[in-house]
Design a protein around this ligand. Structure first.
Ligand SMILES: Cc1ncc(COP(=O)(O)OP(=O)(O)O)c(N)n1
Ligand SMILES: Cc1ncsc1CCOP(=O)(O)O
Ligand SMILES: [Mg+2]
Length: 214
């Protein structure tokens, strides 16, 4: 069997007052209970006003939790932090380094995700070296402001159809209740912030998501 692309990407919520490491530990514990660590990835995402030092400390601590269990650790935006801690890869969007530059920075074998919203953007990101594409917002979300209108499963599926060799990770407003509609439309995976980080029981929330994605 070839390597499995993780079905669930849990993204940290590092806003003040949150406990990202507790949430990541709970998500990994849930994946372990289901024998599903290969199906989980964790993306370290911090707010723009967080210092590189704090981002580095958090990414290093997340990597320490992930690595023993083979859970991918990706770093959003800050590729120098990804390299510094030895993460599995990074994720870039329109305000970050261009995809081709990000590929050069990370090297040929790292995982590189790129945000896109339509077929042309997806093909361009793929050509530039992205190994997966983050597509969203799939549904309405309050976690990030200033986003365009939600795409819905149909438009996510249209992006997936344009790049059949590349995994699509649907993001934005994803819950255990709507995740299957995205997979059914052609997404390979979903990424969540609030569905796990804001849950009263993040381990249970991870388990619910992994079960519906199975
Ligand atoms: C899996 C995944 N998809 C999309 C994004 C969004 O990235 P970006 O557009 O650069 O926005 P920020 O997350 O940096 O605010 C993502 N992080 N992960
Ligand atoms: C970073 C990002 N990019 C598009 S939607 C989103 C936030 C997703 O958060 P949530 O899963 O809480 O809707
Ligand atoms: Mg970004």
């Amino acid at each position: 069997m070839g390597p499995v692309f993780p079905h669930l990407h849990v993204i940290t919520d590092a806003r003040r007052g949150r406990e990202p490491l507790t949430v990541v530990a709970a998500a990994i514990a849930a994946a372990r209970r289901l024998d599903g660590c290969h199906r989980l990835a964790v993306q370290v995402r911090v707010e723009d006003d967080v210092s590189d030092r704090d981002a580095y400390e958090l990414a290093g601590a997340v990597l320490e939790l992930c690595r023993p269990h083979g859970v991918w650790c990706l770093v959003n935006d800050r590729l120098h932090v990804a390299l510094a801690v030895g993460a599995d890869g990074g994720h870039v969007g329109a305000a970050d380094l261009p995809v081709a530059v990000a590929r050069k920075v990370l090297g040929p074998t790292s995982v590189l995700g790129a945000t896109c919203r339509d077929a042309a953007g997806a093909r361009a990101a793929r050509r530039a070296g992205a190994s997966y594409l983050g597509v969203g917002p799939a549904f309405a979300t309050t976690t990030k402001t200033g986003l365009p209108s939600p795409l819905g499963p149909g438009a996510v599926g249209a992006v997936a159809a344009a790049v059949p060799d590349t995994p699509i990770v649907a993001i934005g407003g994803v819950t255990a209740g709507n995740a299957r509609s995205l997979i059914g439309a052609g997404a390979a995976a979903v990424a969540v912030v609030g569905a796990v980080a804001a849950a009263s029981d993040p381990a249970r929330a991870t388990e619910d998501l992994l079960r519906v994605l199975a």
